[in-house]
Design a protein. Structure first.
Length: 148
């Protein structure tokens, strides 16, 4: 797998997947993802587009219906303790990422926990979105055994 993100505005092969987050304050959220996760800003606003390794985060403000979604209201999570969506970031060294992002101001719910198949921990962004950071461990061994 490559660390290179495809061109957001001209996807190779005709399509690509990104994550849209509805946020209360685009500037605050952009600064958080740049400072803590090390994302790179591709477009500042309307919408804000951030490159994160081999994918993109799109940040847009809350708002009412539009002509292409006439019955949909865009809102950031009302309750950060109710999970409806989460980003899942896979890394090769979760403890290193935990230390690095903590030093940049990331506030994790706990330190990395070993669950046998993976080691994982969670943090929240300024709007309460949950971000899982995980490292495959036992699951990789399972996959290796299955392929032999």
């Amino acid at each position: 797998m490559t660390d290179e993100a495809p061109d957001y505005f001209r996807p190779k092969g005709g399509a690509m997947l990104s994550t849209l987050l509805i946020v209360r304050d685009v500037d605050r959220s952009r600064e958080y993802y740049q400072r803590v996760l090390g994302a790179t800003c591709v477009r500042e606003r309307e919408p804000c587009v951030l490159r994160f390794h081999n994918s993109y985060l799109v940040l847009n403000t809350e708002g009412g219906p539009t002509d292409d979604k006439p019955t949909v209201n865009a809102q950031a999570p009302a309750d950060s303790n109710t999970l409806g969506c989460a980003m899942n970031i896979r890394v090769t060294d979760v403890r290193r990422v935990y230390a690095e992002w903590s030093s940049r101001g990331g506030e994790f719910l706990t330190e990395p926990k070993d669950h046998g198949v993976e080691i994982r921990c969670y943090l929240r962004d300024p709007d309460g979105y949950l971000i899982e950071v995980g490292q495959g461990t036992g699951i990789l061994a399972e996959q290796d055994r299955a392929s032999h």
